[in-house]
Design a protein around this ligand. Structure first.
Ligand SMILES: Cc1cc2nc3c(=O)[nH]c(=O)nc-3n(C[C@H](O)[C@H](O)[C@H](O)COP(=O)(O)OP(=O)(O)OC[C@H]3O[C@@H](n4cnc5c(N)ncnc54)[C@H](O)[C@@H]3O)c2cc1C
Length: 654
């Protein structure tokens, strides 16, 4: 009976309803061999249970009609007998897909077959597929408690996608037009990742006249990077190690790793044609021996056991720590509120113990971890060396000075348009249509855009995510007087507790103990203090920073000051509107899942969209997540996996 049905299914057919245009081919026995039929499942034929896969497809002839793909016992004759209904799709006459996107069930049976049906007719069958149950497991780290709230879980993401994404013509998909908005590190990294997997139809739109965004090095007194008279007005250091004070054991920080990998990759890329763009590191310290003796964040208040656990945990397992903090409800409590609930609400100890900015407990843990770092690195000639190293690779694919003012979604074409005004007073915006927009500009700027109607949470994320303020004042001196005497090795930051309005003072990490001019970051403030400094205005802020230097070093600081300075308050910067995201209450917990869904053909990335917000690594992480999200939207799972595996982006599950 089965044999008869099988043979009947192979009789040449004409499907009027679906425009079948060919005589169906022969099929061989399924046992172990491939099927000589309309559609071939070319592999891979070994996959991991609970993963998402691209299975290569081949067609023996042109065909138009409805196809239904299932996974099940290799001897089934009807699609309904299969254990998994994979996808139904209408095959067009031309541009046949060359890949199937298969979300392999976690309980998929070993040695079953992918099979394609046209009506009751079987038109293709794969060889038996080997299902690996126990992955070698780079993903172990991600399987913390089966909850994907904060991880980018590509499998879950694909499960929730429209099934029309389940087949793809990879050549057409790779030619999709992609607008990248913002040439900060997230936008630049995205352009690199796309090019690395053969997607070249992207273009960057940047509002300012430069690359780098918040990566901004001030080269003072009209100098160039080689003159060593600079300071970083944005990022200036990367935490690399943390010392457990109990045993002295030194642990590496894991979550800046991708930034170091990126720097290596760019060095390699530029080695032949742009050796002058090579980046090297300089040590950057935390100075604790002076300035009223305040070391702002330490682990020393904890017992030894707790110190060890805390140090290891946060250095090695930031993502796990974050996840557990979320499930323990830490974003819902500030330290003060928690202690008030636990103790007597009027207990004066609360004021003493608790972080009085009333940020969520997770925020305090998060910042304590980084600032307990025992070793830091800076980039020689300033962090602007990093966007400079991207320049040759984006030069002919970027428009500078284009301030995007909105997005619009064309539902019938399923495309998104960027809107901008060449003159701010133009009534009608100019527009350009793309298959996808990758928006890597901060939400602190997007709030003023005209945007399509998004889901409620995404809309709230864009409009309500909290950003903080930070100001920096860099002062130019004729000599390096701060290195005199026993301070010869001064490089890095100190918190000035007895002159609190200047925040941190940071000494240049370059050319330590040399003669000649150099620049000091004489005031680095954040949060409320930075808001006050911003309100004072430039003249007062610079004078205050200079008084701080005199307070610390004596009148030599006055004698050596050239009067040249650089001042920035990031909340007032016309391209930023904030220094970095500083989520309040449960904002991160609620907003991130909404941000990690593509709406109106738009993907959001940038420091503010990562759970390790506020660092270069956060922006770089977000570029990985956003690019993988885009590739999954395009059905390009192989390329998404290539990126994750090449860069060991361990927090993305595919
Ligand atoms: C004061 C300060 C100190 C910091 N210190 C450190 C540190 O020591 N170490 C560290 O790792 N990180 C540090 N950071 C954080 C780090 O700088 C950021 O996390 C990271 O640079 C953000 O990159 P991004 O690509 O997400 O965003 P951005 O760099 O902000 O890039 C966004 C880009 O979008 C552009 N844009 C904005 N609006 C539009 C528009 N309408 N149209 C087109 N383009 C637009 C902007 O001009 C910008 O180029 C610091 C940040 C600040 C502000």
């Amino acid at each position: 009976m089965k044999i008869t049905q099988w043979l009947l299914g192979l009789v040449p057919a004409l499907d009027l309803a679906h425009g079948l245009q060919f005589p169906l081919g022969r099929a061989k026995s399924h046992k172990g061999g491939s099927e000589a039929s309309l559609i071939q499942f070319l592999g891979p034929h070994r996959v991991e249970a609970g993963s998402v896969q691209n299975i290569r497809l081949g067609f023996s002839q042109r065909f138009a009609g409805k196809l239904h793909v299932v996974y099940g016992d290799c001897s089934i004759n009807l699609a309904v007998e299969a254990s998994q209904q994979v996808v139904s799709f209408l095959l067009p006459d031309s541009d046949h897909p060359d890949r199937l996107v298969w979300v392999v069930p976690s309980d998929a049976q070993d040695s079953q077959c992918l099979q394609a049906f046209h009506g009751c007719t079987i038109v293709g069958r794969s060889p038996p597929i080997a299902i690996e149950k126990a992955p070698h497991n780079p993903r172990a780290e991600s399987q913390i408690d089966g909850d994907s709230v904060i991880w980018f879980d590509g499998v879950e993401y694909m499960r929730s996608q429209d099934s029309s994404k389940a087949v793809v013509n990879s050549v057409a998909a790779k030619d999709s037009s992609i607008a990248i908005v913002g040439a900060g590190i997230a936008g630049l990294m995205t352009s690199h990742l796309l090019s690395s997997i053969g997607i070249h139809n992207w273009h960057i739109h940047e509002a300012s006249q430069r690359l780098g965004g918040r990566i901004r090095t001030a080269y003072l007194n009209g100098t160039s990077p080689d003159d060593y008279q600079y300071f970083d007005m944005g990022p200036m250091r990367l935490a690399t190690k943390i010392r457990y004070t109990g045993t002295g054991e030194v642990l590496p920080f894991e979550d800046h790793r991708l930034v170091f990998s990126l720097i290596d990759t760019l060095n390699h890329l530029n080695a032949d044609h742009h050796p002058e763009l090579a980046m090297t590191f300089l040590p950057f310290d935390k100075i604790t021996d002076d300035y009223g003796g305040m070391n702002s964040h330490t682990l020393q208040d904890l017992g030894e056991d707790e110190q060890q656990k805390y140090t290891e945990y946060l250095a090695h397992k930031m993502y796990r720590a974050h996840k557990q903090a979320l499930s323990a409800g830490s974003p819902h409590w500030s330290e003060g509120a928690y202690l008030r609930q636990l103790l007597n609400p009027r207990d004066p100890m609360i004021n003493y113990i608790a972080d009085r900015e009333d940020t969520p407990i997770w925020e305090s843990l998060y910042w304590n971890k980084y600032f307990a770092a025992s070793a830091w690195q800076s980039l020689d000639k300033g962090f602007e060396s990093l966007p400079r190293a991207f320049a040759p690779h984006v030069a002919d694919k970027i428009t500078l000075g284009r301030r995007i003012s909105g997005l619009s979604y064309n539902e019938s074409a399923d495309k998104v348009s960027l809107l901008w005004r060449n003159d701010p007073n133009d009534w009608d915006p100019a527009a350009e249509q793309y298959d996808y927009a990758v928006v890597a500009a901060p939400f602190s700027m997007l709030r003023a855009w005209n945007l399509p109607e998004y889901s409620e949470l995404l809309d709230k994320a864009i409009h309500d995510l909290h950003f903080t303020q930070s100001c920096k004042v860099a002062l130019h001196y004729r000599t390096r007087f701060w290195e005199r005497g026993d301070k010869a090795q001064y490089r890095g930051c100190a918190r000035v507790s007895d002159y609190p309005s200047v925040g941190d003072v940071c000494y240049p990490p370059y050319q330590v103990n040399s003669s000649g001019p150099a620049v000091v970051m004489a005031s680095f403030t954040t949060g409320n203090m930075a808001r006050t400094i911003a309100a004072l205005g430039e003249t007062n802020a610079v004078a205050l920073a200079q008084r701080g230097m005199v307070h610390a070093h004596g009148k030599v600081a006055n004698e050596e000051f050239t009067g040249i300075y650089e001042h920035v308050c990031w909340e007032h910067d016309e391209f930023q509107g904030g220094a970095w995201a500083s989520p309040l209450g449960d904002q991160q917990e609620k907003f991130l899942p909404a941000i990690y869904r593509t709406e109106a053909k738009t993907i959001f990335m940038g420091e503010h969209t990562a759970y390790t917000h506020a660092w270069l690594s956060s922006a770089v992480d977000s570029a990985f997540r956003g690019t993988v999200q885009l590739l999954l939207d395009l059905g390009l799972v192989e390329e998404a996996r290539e990126i994750v595996e090449t860069w060991k982006a361990r927090w993305i599950v595919l």
